[in-house]
Design a protein around this ligand. Structure first.
Ligand code: GLU
Length: 292
C-alpha cells in the first residue's frame, strides 16, 4: 500500500517562512518515497483558530504550487476523539487534574525545555479512597503513561531512546477549558488518517516519544516513521516564528512577491542555497530530496 505523509499547520495565523520550509520537506519526502500528501488543518485550539486562516492556508499552498491528495479539518473529528477518550477512560488510563498553572510550576521539576515534569499529584489523590476531588473545579484530563523507554528512529537524526515519564510525566489530553490538546489530537489523527511518515520541524522532536507512547495506548503498535527537519534561524540563531514577526506569505504575496522568489528566499535562509535567487518548486524539492 502507498504510504502517506501529512502537512499539519495550525490555523492560528497566516503561513510564514517556517511553514514553507516544513511544506518543502513534506513534499520532498513525498517525492522521494512516493507518498501521498494529506493536508490536515490542526484547529484543535478553537480559541485561537480562525476560518480566515484556514482558507488562507489552502490558497497560499496552491499559489506556491503545492497539491495534495486528501485533506481534513481536525474539528470535524471531535466526536471520534470523544470515543477514543472513552476507551482510554474505560481502561483506567485517564485522570482529572485540578492543579493550577501556579501549582504546576511550584510543585514539579522542569525539563531542559522548561516544561513541567508532572509528578502525578492528582493521580494519587484520584486513586485515594477518600478522594478530595472536586470535579466542579476546572480540571484537565491527563493520560497515565507507562514508565518506559521508547526507542525510535529519526530518518535524519538517527536513534533515540527516551522515557516520556521522565521527560514530562503524565500529560494533558484535554485542557482546563475542555479543548483537546495538540498531543492527543495529533496522535488520534495520525492513527485514524493512517499516516506512515511524519515530517516536521526539529522544534517538535521532543514530543515524539510521548506521542508514540500515547499511540500505543490508543492501539497503534507500529508507529509512523519520523523525520524532523532543521529550522530556519535568524542571525542571532533563534527560531523564526510568528511571534517573532516572521513575514507571512500573505504579506509577501500582497507586496508583489512571486512564488519563485519566496522559494528562493526560504532555501537561502535554510542554508540550502547560496543566494536568495528565485527557484521553482521542482528544483526546490529536488534540492531538499538530496538532503534526505
Ligand atoms: N500543528 C503543528 C504546527 O503547526 C504541527 C504538528 C505536527 O506536525 O505534528 O506546528
Amino acid at each position: 500500500m502507498k504510504g502517506k505523509t501529512r502537512f499539519a499547520p495550525s490555523p492560528t495565523g497566516y503561513l510564514h517562512e517556517g511553514h514553507l520550509l516544513s511544506a518543502l520537506y513534506v513534499w520532498a519526502a513525498a517525492k522521494k518515497w512516493d507518498l501521498d500528501v494529506h493536508l490536515r488543518i490542526e484547529d484543535h485550539d478553537q480559541e485561537r483558530a480562525r476560518p480566515k486562516h484556514i482558507a488562507a492556508i489552502r490558497e497560499d499552498l496552491q499559489w506556491l504550487g503545492f497539491s495534495w491528495q486528501s485533506e481534513s479539518v481536525q474539528s470535524d473529528h471531535f466526536n471520534r476523539f470523544e470515543t477514543r477518550l472513552k476507551k482510554l477512560q474505560d481502561q483506567g488510563l485517564v485522570y482529572p487534574c485540578c492543579c493550577s498553572r501556579k501549582e504546576l510550576d511550584a510543585e514539579n521539576p522542569k525539563n531542559e525545555y522548561g516544561e513541567v515534569i508532572y509528578q502525578g499529584k492528582c493521580l494519587s489523590k484520584f486513586k485515594a479512597l477518600n478522594s478530595d476531588f472536586d470535579l466542579s473545579k476546572p480540571h484537565s484530563l491527563r493520560i497515565h503513561i507507562p514508565d518506559k523507554v521508547i526507542q525510535w528512529h529519526d530518518l535524519r537524526m538517527g536513534d533515540f531512546a527516551e522515557n516520556p515519564k521522565l521527560q514530562c510525566g503524565d500529560f494533558p489530553i484535554r485542557d482546563r477549558i475542555g479543548q483537546w490538546t495538540y498531543q492527543f489530537a495529533v496522535c488520534a489523527d495520525d492513527i485514524d488518517e493512517q499516516i506512515t511518515h511524519v515530517i516536521r520541524g526539529e522544534d517538535i522532536r521532543n514530543s515524539t516519544a510521548r506521542q508514540i507512547a500515547l499511540m500505543e495506548l490508543l492501539g497503534r503498535t507500529e508507529p509512523p516513521m519520523y523525520l524532523h527537519h532543521p529550522l530556519i534561524v535568524d542571525t542571532a540563531g533563534k527560531k523564526l516564528s510568528k511571534r517573532e514577526k516572521a513575514h507571512s506569505i500573505r504579506q509577501d504575496r500582497e507586496a508583489g512577491a512571486t512564488p519563485q522568489e519566496l522559494l528562493g528566499r526560504v532555501l537561502f535562509h535554510a542554508g540550502l542555497q547560496d543566494s536568495p535567487s528565485p527557484t521553482d518548486l521542482n528544483r526546490a524539492l529536488d534540492l531538499i530530496c538530496r538532503t534526505l
